[in-house]
Ligand binder design. Structure first.
Ligand code: FEO
Length: 393
């Protein structure tokens, strides 16, 4: 069923209950691909849905009484939002695509689409639909070069595309339809989404938030392209974005490790003991059996990070190497870090962790490597390493 957001403005998106993986992101609650339609003298569809979900979109358009589409606004060309543009053009041959210059090129490059008649808009341009007006704000690199958002002027709705979204499938569409406990879960998913999708572009997020402030845009509703629509306490989600994009983290230490023969695992326990002695909050994750998506959110929200890896054939253990590569791309900043790891004969892993820390501009406060099973002295050093990081956060 479609859902009315305001008079003649409807959610017409798709719910993907089964999604559990989203280009490396673990989506344990599924997701939605949100699309919206604004009906007036002219009718505009804002974004489409992932390919394979277009029947949901078309059904909802029909239920919303949409017979003709004048405009299709493409806020972002990634496949989960522009994957059904072709199908919409088939169903509504007269529809005109409206997007920014970069996205116009992207529609040609990514989908082989004929883009000659695509209408280009810039920040501040207005699209008059009758009584309703849409305007646009380019949000370059939040999180792709083509990203932009659409704002319904009279209704004060921000169609924010990926920003403010979260991967959360539900029958309910609005934040005020969930109780406090459920909202806690939704905010956790929103933080996870920020950490795994938006985090590298935090500077640009701060820029957009400042721009919105300067222009004095008011939001009555924020309608993202994934998950629930914010219309209850809008200030709360805006504050969260301000906090996350300012890299404001808690006094907490995240200990990550993997282990071949439990030696590095035992060491992780000693490190945790050290952190605990300083009465600082912490969490420990084995990278082979934990959700990296969740870990990334924890790393973003915590000041301290300690990573342990055995050396395998002169390299990092594969799960540690994989996670650190993933983390490097997302670039959580300003962490207080340390490295540790057991080895048999060469022991390169700790140095390689420190190299990655250096690339991320982190200062390693301590490191420890030892041969096979940590003896009493090594365990004591590992405990001190935990204490040292805990003290610094
Ligand atoms: Fe939800 Fe950047 O796609």
């Amino acid at each position: 069923m479609h859902r009315e957001i305001k008079d003649n403005i409807y959610w017409t998106g798709a719910v993907d209950w089964k999604a559990r993986e989203f280009h490396g992101y673990q989506t344990r609650f599924g997701t939605t691909y949100n699309s919206y339609v604004v009906k007036d003298d002219k009718t505009a569809l804002i974004d489409t849905v992932k390919e394979g979900f277009e029947d949901q979109l078309l059904d909802r358009l029909e239920h919303a009484g949409v017979e003709d589409l004048d405009y299709l606004i493409v806020n972002h060309i990634e496949m989960d939002h522009a994957g059904s543009v072709d199908r919409i053009k088939e169903e509504y041959p007269e529809v005109q695509i409206v997007t920014n210059k970069r996205a116009k090129k992207g529609l040609g490059d990514a989908y082989g689409m004929d883009v000659d008649d695509v209408k280009i808009v810039e920040t501040g341009d207005e699209l008059d639909l009758g009584e309703k007006t849409l305007t646009f704000l380019k949000t370059t690199m939040v999180h792709w070069p083509d990203s932009m958002v659409t704002y319904a002027l009279e209704d004060e709705i921000l169609f924010s595309n990926d920003a403010f979204g979260q991967h959360f499938a539900s029958k309910r569409r609005f934040d005020d339809e969930f109780d406090d406990q459920e909202m806690g879960k939704i905010f956790d998913e929103t933080a996870k989404y920020y950490a795994n999708i938006v985090l590298p572009y935090s500077r640009q997020v701060q820029g957009v938030l400042d721009e919105v402030d300067e222009v004095g845009l008011e939001f009555d509703v924020i309608a993202p392209s994934h998950g629930i629509i914010w219309r209850g306490d809008i200030s709360r989600i805006l504050e969260k974005y301000d906090t996350w994009s300012s890299h404001d983290a808690k006094d907490k230490v995240i200990i990550l490790y993997d282990s071949m023969w439990h030696h590095t695992e035992e060491a992780a326990a000693a490190v945790a003991e050290g952190v605990e002695e300083k009465d600082v909050d912490y969490r420990v994750y084995n990278l082979s059996n934990s959700d990296w998506t969740e870990i990334l959110a924890e790393v973003m929200l915590s000041k301290g990070l300690i990573v342990g890896s055995p050396t395998l054939n002169g390299e990092l253990y594969p799960s540690v190497a994989g996670f650190l590569t993933y983390m490097k791309g997302l670039n959580p900043v300003d962490k207080i870090v340390a490295a540790f790891g057991s080895y048999g004969w060469s022991g390169e892993a700790v140095g390689k962790i420190k190299d990655i820390f250096e690339e991320l501009d982190y200062e390693t406060v301590d490191s420890k490597k030892w041969v096979f099973d940590a003896d009493e002295d090594s365990l004591s050093d590992l405990k001190s390493l935990g204490k040292e990081v805990a003290q610094e956060v």
